[in-house]
Design a protein around this ligand. Structure first.
Ligand code: GTP
Ligand code: MG
Length: 268
């Protein structure tokens, strides 16, 4: 059985114009405009891995990728940023990755059995930035593959479902475990399914927002509420990853109020 999403696009194509618009990306020389202004440089690649017997293959591919990245860096001013996606089952990790790389969304749940991997390359001024995105299946049986996803990552997105509070409670444990394999990665706290969150009773929204802010503060992490199906804050997550990694200024306004799609990343 093919246990993975079918993600077959390999042809470079223009990306996410509608989302860029819906996210209010402006002009000027900010990172946001640079990213979207060079969308024709986007490339996507994906790999799928079976967790049963491919741990060593993954490690090999990871180290090959790093070598490859160094070679390319010397020649073409390119950089690879590894980003890990971690969190409970069904919070929407794979959906977010597929949305960012291929700009599509599937309502049907396909469990990740192990680790998925996709790449997207964007260009900012003279630099090609390749996001190498590693997505860990959230069921407990795959926790042994956490090192593959967390090691060498520049950023780890700790993801929870805004409509299921238990998934936010789990973040503590995911954070503790991932930090054990990587103490330098920039942590992000990402709430998913904001489209469902807005239908919750107000007191629930307030409680989840309060707790998410508390966790983000404790983790020293940007906090982002997102919706993959409604294209809310997906591009921004990766723009903020770039800005935090290279210490660049970003012109995206923060969103702080309960009930809105929270975006807190400055002064972290
Ligand atoms: N309403 C809504 N549903 C979403 C959103 N993102 C993902 N989903 C749905 O949530 C379910 C789980 O999504 P996945 O991306 O497979 O979750 P996952 O975290 O990768 O799950 P595991 O692979 O088991 O760890 C799927 O049915 C998705 O269609 C969203 O933004 N809004
Ligand atoms: Mg998945």
């Amino acid at each position: 059985m093919d246990a993975y999403r079918s993600v077959s696009t390999r042809i470079p194509r223009s990306h996410s114009t509608s989302e860029a618009l819906s996210e209010g990306v402006g002009g000027g020389r900010s990172i946001s405009s640079a990213v979207d202004g060079h969308s024709h440089y986007d490339h996507q690649r994906h790999h799928q891995h079976n967790h049963r017997d491919q741990t060593s293959q993954l490690q090999q591919s990871q180290s090959q990728q790093q070598i490859h990245s160094r070679t390319r860096s010397a020649e073409k001013n390119t950089v690879t940023l590894k980003v890990g996606l971690i969190g409970d089952a069904q919070v929407g990790k794979t959906s977010l990755m597929v949305k960012y790389v291929e700009n599509c969304f599937d309502e049907i749940y396909t469990q990740t059995l192990g680790v998925n991997f996709m790449e997207r390359t964007i260009r900012i001024k003279n630099t090609e930035i390749t996001f190498s995105i590693w997505d860990l299946g959230g069921e407990a049986e795959f926790t042994n593959m956490l090192p593959l996803v967390a090691s060498d990552a520049v950023a780890v997105l700790f993801m929870f479902d805004l409509s299921r509070k238990s998934t936010l409670n789990s973040i503590k444990d995911w954070y503790r475990q991932a930090r054990g394999f990587n103490r330098t990665a920039i942590p992000f706290l990402v709430g998913t399914k904001y489209d469902l969150f807005v239908d919750l009773p107000e007191p629930d929204q307030e409680e989840i927002t309060r707790q998410a802010k508390k966790y983000a503060k404790a983790m020293n992490a940007p906090l982002i509420f997102s919706s993959t199906c409604a294209s809310i804050n997906i591009q921004k997550i990766f723009k903020i990853v770039i800005s935090k990694t290279f210490d660049l200024r970003l012109k995206i306004p923060e969103i702080v109020n309960t009930g809105e799609p929270i975006l807190l990343y400055q002064n972290i």
